[in-house]
Design a protein around this ligand. Sequence first.
Ligand SMILES: C[S@@+](CC[C@H](N)C(=O)[O-])C[C@H]1O[C@@H](n2cnc3c(N)ncnc32)[C@H](O)[C@@H]1O
Length: 283
Amino acid sequence: MIKINEIPNNEEPRKKIMSKLEPYLGKTGPAMAPSESSFISSLLQVYRPQKILEVGIDAGGTTAIVLQVLEDMNMPYEMHSVDLAQKMTNGKDIGYLPKCVKENNLLITPSRSTLCGTHEFHLGKYLPQVIDKIGGDINFVILDTVHYTPGELLDFLVMLPYLKDSAIVVLHDVALNQLNNKYHKPDAHATGLLFSAVVAEEKFLNYEPTGKYPNIGAFRISKQTYDNIENVFLALMLTWHYLPEDDEITIYRNFYNRYYPAKLVEIFDETVRLNRNNIAFKK
Ligand SMILES: C[S@@+](CC[C@H](N)C(=O)[O-])C[C@H]1O[C@@H](n2cnc3c(N)ncnc32)[C@H](O)[C@@H]1O
């Protein structure tokens, strides 16, 4: 069932951690819009997860905000942040904002000298290469990586067996293809496609304060998500925006073979074969 505008607005955690970072880094803005950070902060406060997985870090503005929310909730947590890169395109370290937060103890308060939980980076690897180390019982995910197909669809299929019942999955850029900006093409719709294909107990969308359709969404998984996971494999049958390298395909394919029925792995093999032969990729 879709839930529109039911997640409360809360921009405070973002303001709080960004103002603490300002003396060290100057004025710095997270990649997400304030309303998008607010959506994530409120979902965390409503669902109070213990184990959080973030895939796609970049500067780590969202990581820093999430850590602030978790510390403010004053309960134990375990957070893992995964990124394929180690450096951003501007040469700075991936996750340099939360690194600065940690190095300067910006989450420590006068009343508490240690953190309530742990945070670990997993850099330079694909999700299937680190998910066993991260382990199961994940109950909150933020997925924000490539935006183009196959992109996030591949990683959702990796994380699903490691999610706890009723886990919340947040997808950024669910309407990126409609933003008409010069940086993104009209087929930047990997998370939008996943959001529409996945079967979930609830899907959440908060319209922008201006009334505009949001660029962030979330869903709560259930048994139905597993029972209808073929929808996500079938979504991969659309023409891909890019062809992953053969070794990347092998890593994902071997992983799916561990968790999904042979008939779904065959659909994956078939879409790899068809996309490799698709006229879209013929020079
Ligand atoms: C849009 S940025 C993430 C922004 C971040 N979520 C935030 O709110 O600040 C996308 C990130 O995904 C990473 N990335 C791209 N492909 C990836 C993949 N297959 N697995 C993990 N990370 C990936 C990029 O290196 C980049 O840091």
